[in-house]
Design a protein around this ligand. Structure first.
Ligand SMILES: [Zn+2]
Length: 185
């Protein structure tokens, strides 16, 4: 069986090609870290083609907002470059589990397959039980693939939390710094 049923949510094991696309998302996360941003990278893929890639912006104190998350930045880029694209065929690769805002934005945009690396134990939104929500959401069939290259993503967050103040001393920061850096996904 490829499918696990966790709290009514459909979670799948990764396809081998998911690792290759996650490596591109990790490159984006590394670029974010190099800019002093929260190290989240994202790639949008359809039919084995990378359609858009991007990373977190404006997580730093002087320009901080909670809108320019990697997923939103990347989706905006895709929609600007390829307006009218069928997002139902798109897989989202993100180095961190999407938050509630990003998960909802991607769902409303038509994306149904989500692959991520490191779980967001503080703000992850993918545990949302869609079948408890109104019909628009309850009818959505979503595929969730957690933990792809988790250790590589975790390493970037460990480095970030040692050096930067965004979400410093938060539950996520403490959880991240308590994780073993020896684990390999
Ligand atoms: Zn987000």
């Amino acid at each position: 069986m490829n499918e696990q049923n966790v709290q009514g949510l459909r979670r799948f094991r990764p396809h081998p090609r998911d690792t290759a696309f996650m490596k591109l998302a990790l490159e984006e996360a590394g670029a974010a870290l190099a800019e002093g941003e929260f190290p989240v990278g994202c790639v949008l893929v359809a039919d084995d083609n990378v359609l858009a890639r991007g990373h977190r912006r404006n997580s730093r104190a002087e320009s901080r907002n909670e809108i320019d998350h990697a997923e939103v930045v990347t989706l905006r880029r895709l929609l600007e470059e390829k307006p009218g694209i069928d997002l139902g065929r798109v897989t989202l690769y993100c180095t961190m589990e999407p938050c509630l805002m990003c998960y909802a934005t991607m769902l409303l945009s038509g994306i149904r397959r989500f692959v991520w690396g490191y779980e967001d134990v503080m703000g992850g939104g993918t545990g949302l039980e869609l079948n408890h929500l109104p019909p628009l959401y309850a009818a959505m069939e979503v595929e969730l693939v957690p933990g792809v290259l988790r250790a590589e993503s975790l390493a970037l967050f460990r480095q970030f939390f040692k050096e930067h103040d965004y979400w410093q001393d938060s539950f996520l920061a403490r959880y991240t710094l308590s994780q073993s850096s020896e684990e390999r996904s």
